[in-house]
Design a protein around this ligand. Sequence first.
Ligand code: ADP
Length: 422
Amino acid sequence: MDFYLGIDFGTSGARGMVVDQEASIQAQVRYPFQDSPAAVTPKIWQEALFMLVEQIPDQLRREIKAIAINGTSSTVLMVDSAGNPTDAPLLYNDARGSLVLDHLRSIAPPNHTVLSATSSLAKLLWMRQQPSFSEARYFLHQADWLAFLLHGQLGISDYHNALKLGYDVEELRYPEWLESLQIPIQLPKVLPPGTPIAELRPEIADKFGFRRDCLVCAGTTDSIAAFLASGAKLPGEAVSSLGSTLVLKLLSRTRQEDARYGIYSHRLGDLWLTGGASNTGGAVLKQFFTNAELESFSREIDASIASELDYYPLLKVGDRFPINDPNLPPRLSPRPDNPVEFLHGLLESIARIEARGYELLQQMGADKLSRVYTAGGGAANDTWTAIRARLMQVPVVASVYTEAAYGTALLAMGGGIKGEQE
Ligand code: ADP
């Protein structure tokens, strides 16, 4: 029997999932970080990686045919010629890149995805100004470095991680404008996610009892891995994440980009994954209700009737998608005395924003919405699901799996993305 291992590095810990050829889960392992995200060093990532691997039962580990790793998007580091980090990594939300944005703006095309303080490219330009840069030979994403620990080859990435480095995922090459930045180190060679890179280093295979021919594949980012886990596969299928915020992802045959709305597309084989993120979502619900209240009050709502309350639930001023207005005020009044009515208004209003978001993506040319999978804390709310289905007029279902590690295991199996292995 062949098995496949997906490893997910998130902000609070690492997880691993082993699946069989039918994509059934055979083992799940976890390694929570003890420290706060900012205190987690590459050494701790490395420990986590090998602690995870050790937890996988021996008999499964012996039959793992391929491994893939997803990291947090835009968590990056510089390493020397032996692969040792030359400085602390910059985490996904580190905005020190804002100091180089003006320079970057003068070189990158207007509205490009790299023009954000947290983009990988902005981080690289900031790192270039640090003294430690003189020892650096390679710039890597978190997933690239962790995979290197397994296969031993430096300077390899995938086109999901490399999107925010400026890699042109349509032409499959670095764009010419990047050359004028004259970055004096090796940018990663970029492969389609899931592409086998090399066999495990023999000493790792022997130490942990893996097959010598176990392959390590190009990885992906955490949010794309979660999309792959959802079950969505066809153009028109989407995944909404109803967590603290609302994140939409729609699979399409065409690519959509519009920096004004924060919309950009990842490549998924011969398809595109278009996404947008609103500041509305569960964090606003949490301001007014406990999870127990959300459950009990939701059961009292008649989802077949539209609430007349027209809110724009936000924690603070401003949204980007589907309304691009940094001054957009939160709208949470009038507030009825009855908490069930108030919650109905909130759920209905967030669902309207979700529906408007998909409408906008379709207006921009994305495939017609046919089904919405759902992840995040709100996915368990059947009343909300019914309200959302009424507004969007398509089936709304829970994601089959929500764990990024599962999506990454599918990637290792080569079953994650249609057309990816061409
Ligand atoms: P995060 O984006 O922080 O990872 P989660 O996916 O864990 O968030 O979801 C947490 C959010 O889900 C909270 O903001 C909470 O308000 C919301 N939530 C929890 N239970 C329910 C429920 N029954 N109905 C709607 N929302 C819920």
